[in-house]
Ligand binder design. Sequence first.
Ligand SMILES: [Mn+2]
Length: 281
Amino acid sequence: MTTHTIAVLADSHGNGTAMRAVLEDAEKFNADEVWSLGDIAFGGPSSEDCYQMLSEVNTTQYLKGNWESAYNMFTSTKKINLDEPTHIYYAMLVAYDYDRFGPERDKQLHSLPMIGRKDIDGLTISLTHNLPTINRGHTLFPVEAQENFDDVVPDSDVDIAIYAHTHTPLWRYTSTEQMVLNPGSVGQSWFTRPKFLANRDASYLLLTLADGKVTDVDFRRVPFSWETEIQIAKDRHFPYVSIYKKLLETGNASTHNAEVLGKINDENDYRETVKAFLKRL
Ligand SMILES: [Mn+2]
């Protein structure tokens, strides 16, 4: 019997502490390979470390998340409104990752695919960050319409479609009962119900296939120390540590809070830092 144990993960968002915990957990269960569904970068202090860790295990699939797309877009076009606090925030985080990636990683990010496809003992599996051609948006949030989930599958040959992006683990079916799975998020687990959001552990999926059968779908939750992660952020002079701490502690992001971001930008002169970054890009 041929058994395949695959760790499917995504959305570490630069949280190296959570990524390490997940990969250790996957190793404990003898995962043969790792499929990475994107948004490995951006948001925490360790995007480069996360990519490095994935390169040290048998990662056979990488995908382009919306944040990798945004990183690519910004570093190529340098398009930004310097009077918009959320743009400064975003540019500061791009600058932080850019300075740690180096040319090879930068090249890897620019060449990431939007979709992956695996054929294992007769089972066909599609891998996307969100929809096959759109890696952002809210159409595949857990309670969206059935027809939206029918669109996650590229064609009728696909038996299992795995997507990520929403940060919430999910198992459901398309109208023709193709299996749809979502591993949740390594770095920033998200649930709208407060009682579920109270568990801030990392999420990933351990998928076991044997001779063309799905023998286990294990939605793992793995604890990690957010105190360690915040200490790393501080040690590395990661910008917006207070916002990152709030995110890891409560699950609530301030990515779109112009008032909070504007205050931090002003206090730290981040507008000038971004202007200098644009010059050396
Ligand atoms: Mn995403």
